[in-house]
Design a protein around this ligand. Structure first.
Ligand SMILES: Nc1ncnc2c1ncn2[C@@H]1O[C@H](COP(=O)(O)OP(=O)(O)OP(=O)(O)O)[C@@H](O)[C@H]1O
Length: 627
């Protein structure tokens, strides 16, 4: 073919115009695109050669070379992949507009129009060369064609391109960029290496560059004839599990997470079925400093067929698993997937569900392990990440039950590490509910007067002292069919755990106490919704509880601390009619003072604050002096 000048197709012209005039940030992306095309071309050769190994000619090792000529101001990306025939060059590099073209242009006209990253999302990667080049020359020969059937394609990216036949002994393609004025930064080895490292490290082919050495006389870097790989050239996750050592897994984790410590655990699987993908997911051993930032994007990188697509693909993991690091490599997603598309994609949904389940299984196998060291790992995980995992109970209904099993609490039985499963195993005969108390600290929780009857009867109570626990409780009502019941809400109903005799005795005490009770109600009517006799106390004279549907006093305090309005519901004062102090009320001349002191002390015991501490002190002092 003699030299021909052809016109770009109308839409391609528009794209080129936009590319050269609108993309100012992240220009370096062009290298990723061209390397990705080169790697695709090698994949295609590999595929075609499955049936025709002659296509490898005398160069069976597939590779990509990146070189530059500072004098000529050119940058060249060469591959020995499938190559292009003259017809393919004409069609694929100028005549046939791609399906993503129109969307790409619409996006460019939108808000973020200046970001070159956009180009990668729409399958028009080749044209990104024109962001930094005012002429692009492609020389190529398709594998299997004779050397004389090579092609040269060249364009300045305005309206036309030229094609001609050339002789090209070597198979594959080289794309040469004649850099624009002002783009000389891409003529430095270190710069190119850093871009390759950033975007193309996990391309599984070697990306080679000429080794450079410092020439002290010329005072510049001199290229040697030796070509070395800039990337690691092997996507770890694509290799077979049994070919990867634990050290390699750890090293890879450190590379992608910037963590200096080894991960707690990891999982590596190839998932096949409706959606095909590989997952390599790690759980760090320590919480990062920004764990609490829910807006922080996830730590999972998305690859499509080994080509890096994006970091922080939050659509791949639920927010409550934001500490998970790793790689997901999809075989189904298009290379041009955008964040927006990710949110809607069914494949991504399947990946997210599958990966969530994987992470949970990973945690379960630690938590339920026969091996004590593994269980200790779970305890360490829980210490750092437990509160974040609790968020999942409200956010991930599909996995709520599995998450509930992974929760760990303090209880009246042990200061940490109590699971619902442990609790249920220890439930007393006839016990129907899982009892808990919420408080600001373990000490306050442990000394809650409301626990007394439970202690006396040997019933375990969970002590919930994390800030997120109240929130957790608003999403989790039961475990294993057993309702979660606050010991500080509503009347105590130990149901079958109470025997008839006790009930009868309590009723008698209550009847005898009735006149005093009425006086108490009257005295405290501005402070307590109700005053009643209780059986929940053993050693304490009184305690405060709230009505079944009301907000717990602890939650109300948390909201107040956070500057939010909490509904003002008066508490109920419950008194232990058999306590010496309460008995004293009846005959006391200082009934009002004693009544208020009882109320204030109940408030203090549950970690609350007195509205008028001075009045309390005065009353106590008055009584002390009278004694
Ligand atoms: N190095 C190469 N070797 C062989 N063919 C190439 C090469 N680079 C580009 N091509 C051809 O040019 C076409 C257009 O490339 P372009 O980057 O614009 O889109 P794409 O590669 O199909 O999509 P994407 O950018 O999402 O990978 C490719 O589909 C391919 O046929």
């Amino acid at each position: 073919m003699n030299k021909q000048t052809l016109s770009f197709q109308a839409e391609v012209k528009q794209i080129l115009h936009l590319v050269t005039h609108s993309l100012y940030s992240n220009k370096e992306i062009f290298l990723r695109e061209l390397i990705s095309n080169a790697s695709d071309a090698c994949d295609k050769l590999r595929f075609e050669a499955l049936n025709n190994s002659a296509l490898y000619e005398d160069a069976p090792n597939l590779e990509v070379r990146v070189s530059f000529d500072a004098g000529a101001k050119t940058l060249t990306i060469t591959d020995n992949g499938i190559g292009l025939s003259a017809d393919e060059a004409v069609n694929n590099l100028g005549t046939i507009a791609k399906s993503g073209t129109r969307e790409f242009m619409a996006a460019l006209e939108g808000e973020q129009k200046k970001d070159a990253q956009l180009i990668g999302q729409f399958g028009v990667g080749f044209y990104s060369a024109f962001i930094v080049a005012d002429r692009v020359t492609v020389e190529s020969r398709r594998a299997g064609l004779p050397a004389e059937e090579g092609v040269r394609w060249s364009s300045d990216g305005s309206g036309d391109f030229e094609v001609e036949t050339i002789t090209r002994p070597q198979r594959g393609t080289s794309v040469t960029l004649h850099l624009r004025e002002g783009e000389e930064e891409f003529l430095a080895g270190w710069k190119l290496r850093s871009i390759v490292g950033k975007y193309s490290d996990h391309i599984s082919l070697p990306i080679l560059m000429q080794k450079e050495e410092w020439d002290p006389e010329a005072k510049e870097q001199k290229k040697s004839d030796e070509w070395t790989a800039v990337n690691k050239a092997s996507a770890l996750w694509t290799r077979n599990k049994n070919e990867i050592t634990p050290e390699q897994y750890v090293e890879f984790y450190k590379q992608i997470s910037y963590d200096t410590e080894a991960p707690l655990t990891y999982t590596h699987n190839r998932v096949e079925g409706r959606s095909e993908y590989t997952q390599l997911l790690y759980i760090p051993s320590k919480a990062p400093f920004d764990l609490w930032n829910r807006d922080k994007r996830g730590g999972v990188k998305l690859y499509v067929r080994r080509v890096f697509i994006m970091d922080d693909a939050e659509a791949l993991m639920p927010v409550y698993l934001r500490f998970v690091k790793g790689v997901i490599d999809s075989a189904d997603l298009p290379l041009n997937v955008s964040r927006e598309l990710l949110q809607e994609s069914r494949d991504v949904k399947a990946i997210r569900e599958g990966s969530t389940k994987r992470v949970l299984s990973m945690l379960e196998s630690l938590a339920d392990s026969e091996d004590e060291a593994e269980r200790a790992k779970y305890a360490a995980f829980w210490k750092d990440f437990g509160q974040v995992l609790k968020e999942g109970v409200g956010e991930d209904h599909a996995n709520q039950e599995r998450l509930a099993k992974l929760l760990r609490f303090a209880s009246t039985h042990a200061d940490e590490g109590v699971s619902f499963v442990d609790y249920v195993k220890r439930m007393k005969d006839g016990q129907e509910a899982i009892y808990y108390v919420t408080a600001d600290s373990l000490a306050t929780a442990k000394s809650s007067p409301q626990l007394e009857i439970f202690r006396k009867k040997g019933i375990e109570v969970l002590l919930l002292v994390d800030r997120v626990d109240e929130w957790l409780l608003s999403h989790l009502y039961e475990f294993d069919g057993k309702p979660l019941q606050s010991v500080a809400k509503g009347a105590v109903d130990l149901g079958k755990l109470e025997d008839e005799e006790e009930k009868k005795h309590a009723e008698e005490v209550a009847t005898a106490f009735k006149p005093t009770l009425d006086r108490l109600k009257e005295t405290l009517k501005s402070r307590a919704k109700d005053v009643r006799v209780t059986t929940r106390l053993v050693d304490s004279p009184a305690c405060l509880v709230v009505e079944e549907g009301d907000m717990s006093a602890h939650l109300a305090r948390l909201l107040k601390q956070a500057g939010q309005d909490a509904p003002k519901a008066l508490p109920i004062l419950e008194v232990n009619a058999e306590h010496a102090l309460v008995r004293r009320l009846e005959a006391s001349e200082k009934f009002d003072d004693l009544a208020n002191i009882l109320f204030d002390q109940a408030m203090l015991a549950e970690g609350g604050q007195l509205e008028d501490p001075a009045a309390y002190v005065q009353r106590v002092n008055g009584l002390l002096l009278a004694a």
